[in-house]
Ligand binder design. Structure first.
Ligand code: NAD
Length: 447
């Protein structure tokens, strides 16, 4: 099928590559010229394991194209995916400026029946909003064209996005048009039946559930899913804080809880809290919608509060260890909001780095992939070349992102080069017993 994907960020690029890989003809369009230039050279502008190989493979096979001519891509294709960013405004309401721009351009470029698919995470009612904007912008001399709108939220996890797109846990299609639903089913058929090369190679002979619903329910499935996952983490973090007070061990507590199949063991790891481009904005957006529609968002607001507090808990632990923070050297390990991505949006690292700097510390941050902090922090922090460069003469080492390579650091060497052997393990991935035995002053979360 002939597909256009507008926005080649984490979601759009993975969606485009995945649909090309299963045999469709995909044009990925973005207004960002530097991104498209890189992509045309077969280079991936984001760090996402495995993605670059599929980009070059599908460019070569003639299934995948990249362009900055967004209008041209809309005109030539039948199914138009909108995958632009929907960042939060200060109120928590999603900023739909990019989405509205795209909707206007689709209206102006319309030259026949098209299915418009919202893959961006968008507030309740956006399907109707997009349809209205498109219809208002259809040029008079262009005739009236029928369009159908579909809500098709994305659930990929950065760092595992290729696998998640090829083998999703579910595909959600929300639309008021039976014709559009039938088209979307056809588009997703190779993925639903796992009938393509990657699926066969990886033996994913599972059947992917497809959920057909109205657009409003589909929009809510996305927000409610992310909000629930964030709730699980905030819940377990609150329990971890109770563990610290009463002398329990959160690892044992979560293990014991997780064996109950109604609870499960996923998303039950205590730590510094959630971040990234999705959870913070989606929980706030759902709380905003609840309040806008006059229903309380008590749990959602508490989930956000617990998460903010959890980041501050790490700073409190540093204060407990160091006393005055002024003039101390603090090594921060991990800048990305989670491992296997270069995404630093709403990363916990940024909050703690800012706080340490505000309190007068020298901060040296190291991340295996991220070599630059977001602009507001970047000038104030020293980007270290290695764990050992960060730890040299440090009074404290704070592990913020659970990159695999941090599990196997040489703590003999670290002990030698640190000024004081203080470690805060914000992800509970280090061996407390071993570090304590080596003479480190170790603090985890809830252990
Ligand atoms: P992103 O910021 O990485 O990418 C957005 C892209 O859209 C950018 O390349 C930008 O240049 C392009 N763009 C913006 N306006 C445009 C326009 N008018 N014309 C053409 N291109 C335009 O965003 P993302 O992380 O891919 O997220 C996109 C959406 O998907 C968001 O709503 C997000 O909440 C949702 N989502 C993200 C993830 C994730 O893990 N990142 C997962 C699920 C859903």
């Amino acid at each position: 099928m002939e597909v256009c994907v507008i926005g080649t960020g984490y979601v759009g690029l993975v969606t485009g590559v995945c649909l090309a890989e299963v045999g469709h003809h995909v044009i990925c369009a973005d207004k960002d010229e530097s991104k498209i230039k890189m992509l045309l050279e077969g280079k991936c502008p984001i760090y996402e394991p495995g993605l670059e190989d599929f980009i070059s493979k599908n460019i070569k096979s003639g299934h995948l194209f990249f362009t900055t001519d967004v209008a041209g891509a809309i005109k030539s294709q039948d199914i138009i995916f909108i995958c632009v960013g929907t960042p939060p405004l200060p109120t928590g309401k999603p900023d739909l400026t990019s989405l509205d721009d795209v909707a206007r351009l689709i209206g102006k470029s319309l030259n026949g029946y098209k299915i418009i698919v919202n893959k961006s995470t968008v507030p309740i009612g956006t399907a109707k909003r997009v349809k209205k904007i498109i219809n208002e912008n259809i040029a008079d001399n262009n005739g009236k064209h029928e369009i159908d709108i579909v809500s098709n939220p994305e659930f990929l996890k950065e760092g595992e996005a290729v696998h998640d797109a090829f083998s999703p846990e579910r595909v959600v299609i929300g639309s008021e048009s039976q014709k559009a639903i039938a088209c979307m089913k056809q588009l997703y058929e190779p993925i639903i039946s796992q009938d393509f090369e990657y699926a066969k190679k990886n033996n994913t002979d599972k059947k992917i559930p497809i959920i057909i619903t109205d657009s409003t329910s589909s929009e809510l499935i996305k927000y409610a899913s992310n909000a629930f996952l964030a709730t699980k983490i905030s819940f377990i973090n609150e329990v971890a804080n109770i563990c610290e007070r009463v002398g329990a061990n959160i690892r044992d507590v979560t293990f014991g809880m997780g064996l109950d199949s109604r609870i499960g063991n996923k998303f039950m790891r205590a730590g510094i809290g959630w971040g990234g481009s999705c959870f913070p904005k989606d929980v706030r957006a759902l709380a905003f919608t609840a309040e806008e529609y006059g229903t309380p968002a008590n749990i959602l607001n508490a989930v956000i509060q617990v998460n903010n507090y959890q980041r501050f808990r790490v700073v409190q632990k540093a204060m407990d260890m160091l006393g005055i923070i002024e003039d101390k050297i603090i090594a921060v390990l991990g800048i990305a909001f989670k491992p296997n991505t270069d995404d630093t949006r709403e990363a916990p690292s940024v909050t703690v780095i800012n706080k340490f700097i505000e309190l007068g510390a020298e901060v040296r941050a190291f991340d295996p992939i991220v070599k630059k902090c977001p602009p507001d922090v970047d000038k104030k922090v020293i980007i270290a070349e290695s764990v050992y460069h960060a730890a040299s003469n440090a009074d404290l080492l704070v592990l913020v992102t659970d990159w695999d390579e941090f599990k196997n650091m040489d703590f003999n060497e670290i002990k030698k080069i640190m000024s004081k052997p203080n470690v805060i393990d914000g992800r509970n991935i280090l061996d407390r017993g071993k570090l304590a035995g080596m003479g480190f002053n170790y603090k985890g979360i809830g252990i």
